[in-house]
Design a protein around this ligand. Structure first.
Ligand SMILES: *Cc1c(COP(=O)(O)O)cnc(C)c1O
Length: 420
């Protein structure tokens, strides 16, 4: 459920704010987030896990705006980071470093050091060399490194190949049979403190079976570790819960939460999860204006002022994103169109052959379900300034990131001093 709905005149609102008024005030393209929706999604997840001691570590990469992090921190959320940059964001937003886990397939020494100095909960280690680097940096700083190993349970998450991460052949995690020797190494090291075990099998997972299967495989490892005297504090099951973009019917978080709790509560292990998309995805949309339309051959194109640099999901993943007119008009006919941005790449499209109310220059369009992996993947390709970001709350809103200005794009670039 989200708080983007139409009023009696067919005008799309974010909570109590008309998106027409918002576009007039802030311009386009603009990402619009709903505070009530973020809070609601967090609480649904929290309640779904109420059967077991748990910590939600929101995956910062899904949407890393400081206001989003601040809001989630205020609700008690921890954070899953993948870089020192994301750690700095969490701290700047008032997040608690003691609730932070650090994921990612390759961490630099300075990032490991930043994490240790901040006092994070766990470094989720993905290889033997990374474990050695954690030990070395920890020794140098005199701060023991809290670690979990990210294991690769070799289950098929049944999702897009680019976002499936739990197969044996993926670059993520360590194979099961390597985990045990690495845990033994960690157990023997005075500079490493084993806190947990971690996995993350992919994203946009809509059925619970692969997640439960992954947990069962991880629990086998936990049993073996316990028999060797290695006590864990938590099991981190990663993120990956899917959302409805079109007609997907993802399993409710409650079903997954209950399956987790049934297996974990009796063991007295804390459960960590790292949801990103399920919290942020449908809490945001991207507002854009139609620059014009044209007919080339058999195709009608609707050209928008947003482009693939603003939202790369359709180009990168062939993702289907819902496109809706901000003002529904029953008088207008439907047309089958391609919705495209102005960038000189054929990959710069939002939809192919999409039935849409007839659009003309100046009309507003909204791309739904863009709260996750939208702005956070935006770039400045074609020297386009990044969109504004706005958080609506009730009848009002806050610009949580003003539109980037052209001067900011190259402010730190330098001319060659020897070229006249
Ligand atoms: C991306 C990622 C997540 C979040 O995934 P969602 O599908 O957005 O829930 C969680 N954990 C790790 C390790 C990730 O890489």
């Amino acid at each position: 459920m989200n708080h983007f709905e139409r009023d009696a005149d067919g005008v799309l609102h974010g909570e109590g704010v008309s998106l027409i008024d918002l576009a007039d005030a802030v311009g386009t393209p603009t990402y619009v987030y709903s505070e009530a929706t973020f809070s609601r999604h967090y609480r649904v997840m929290d309640e779904a896990l109420s059967g077991v001691d748990h910590l939600i570590c929101y995956s910062v990469k899904a949407n890393s705006n400081l206001a989003v992090l601040q809001l989630l921190a205020s609700l008690g959320s921890g954070f899953d980071i993948v870089s020192a940059g994301e750690l700095a964001r969490v701290i700047a937003a008032g997040g608690d470093p003691a609730k932070v886990v650090f994921s990612g397939v390759g961490k630099r020494d300075d990032e490991i050091a930043a994490a240790l100095r901040a006092g994070i909960l766990s470094i989720n280690v993905e290889s033997g060399w990374e474990l050695e680097r954690c030990a070395a940096v920890a020794e140098e700083l005199g701060i023991p490194a809290p670690i979990s190993l990210r294991v690769n349970p070799d289950v098929d998450a049944k999702t897009h190949a680019y976002i499936a991460t739990g197969l044996r052949s993926s670059k993520f995690g360590v194979p099961f049979e390597e985990a045990l020797p690495l845990y033994r190494f960690a157990h023997a090291s005075p500079h490493l403190r084993i806190v947990g075990v971690d996995c993350h099998i992919g994203s946009q997972i809509v059925e619970p079976a692969p997640l439960v299967e992954a947990l069962e495989r991880v629990l086998e490892l936990v049993d073996t570790l316990q028999s060797e005297g290695v006590q864990l504090h938590h099991i981190d099951m990663g993120g990956g819960l899917g959302i409805t973009y079109k007609d997907e019917r993802p399993a409710p978080p409650k079903a997954i939460g209950e399956a987790y709790a049934a297996r974990l509560a009796p063991r007295g292990l804390q459960l960590l999860v790292e949801p990103g998309r399920v919290i942020a995805g449908n809490a945001g949309l991207m507002l854009m204006r139609v620059l014009g339309t044209k007919v080339n051959g058999t195709k009608t194109f609707v050209i928008t002022d947003a482009a693939m640099n603003d939202n790369i999901r359709p180009s990168l993943y062939k993702a289907w994103q819902d496109l809706v007119p901000v003002t529904l008009d029953a008088e207008k006919e439907e047309q089958v169109v391609d919705v495209v941005g102005p960038i000189c790449e054929s990959g710069d499209f939002f939809a192919h052959d999409r039935p849409l109310q007839t659009m003309q220059r100046g009309d507003l369009l909204a791309m739904r379900s863009t709260g996750a992996y939208g702005f956070s993947m935006a770039s400045n390709y074609n020297s386009r300034t990044r969109a504004a970001e706005v958080m609506v709350h009730g009848e009002t809103y806050t610009v949580v990131r003003p539109r980037e200005q052209v001067a900011e794009l190259f402010a730190s670039e330098r001319l060659l001093p020897h070229v006249k």
